[in-house]
Design a binder for this molecule. Structure first.
Ligand code: AMP
Length: 187
């Protein structure tokens, strides 16, 4: 099985690219952000707790997203692999993922990182806000906090995966098609 991680700051275009990657390589696309938004829409207890954190631009607890990933790995059949979008986002999550895969004698195939400069993040997210109606895209304060969270908690994963020889990066500032082709050339 293949286990790809799609990495990058908020607004880099991970969700857009994930759809094309999953289709071409028969991967199950797992977006922890989308799973959390589904819980919020369904009005579950988990969704209520997650909403407050998400709307503040903070991360939900590691154990919550780790459980979501483990249950998808166990239940999804008939694919050639998984494409993780927005997970892992902390070192603790990356270590938990390695342990989970190790139990099945599997490992992360590669981390594909879509990079855009901070200055472009706000513009991209504000453009998306109108189309997708995400509450966490609507406020500039929330967007700024997500950028800070990315730098402090998620960016250290670059060194983690570089040290394991798994890290690959594409320039995310081009068109959707250019970024997609650059990703496909790395898979
Ligand atoms: P996303 O759709 O990936 O931008 O995620 C939206 C929000 O969901 C994030 O800003 C976090 O609050 C939360 N979230 C998504 N994935 C994770 C994760 N792996 N760990 C913690 N929080 C997450």
């Amino acid at each position: 099985m293949k286990y790809y991680i799609l990495f990058g700051p908020p607004g880099a275009g991970k969700g857009t690219q994930a759809t094309a990657m999953a289709e071409k390589y028969n991967l199950c696309h797992i977006s922890t952000g989308e799973l959390l938004r589904a819980e919020i829409h369904a009005g579950t207890e988990l969704g209520k707790q997650a909403a407050a954190l998400i709307n503040d631009g903070k991360l939900v607890p590691d154990s919550v997203v780790e459980g979501m990933i483990a249950s998808r790995f166990a239940s999804v059949k008939g694919v050639d692999g998984f494409l993780l979008d927005g997970f892992p986002r902390t070192l603790e999550q990356a270590e938990a993922l390695d342990e989970l895969l190790d139990e099945d004698a599997e490992m992360v195939t590669s981390v594909i990182s879509i990079m855009i400069p901070d200055g472009m993040i706000v513009e991209r997210i504000q453009g998306r806000a109108a189309k997708e109606g995400r509450a966490d895209d609507a406020s500039l304060d929330t967007i700024r906090h997500r950028i800070e969270t990315y730098h402090s908690q998620t960016e250290p994963l670059i060194a983690y995966y570089k040290a394991r020889g798994k890290y690959k990066e594409v320039d995310g500032t081009g068109t959707i098609g250019q970024v997609r082709d650059a990703i496909f050339s790395l898979m």
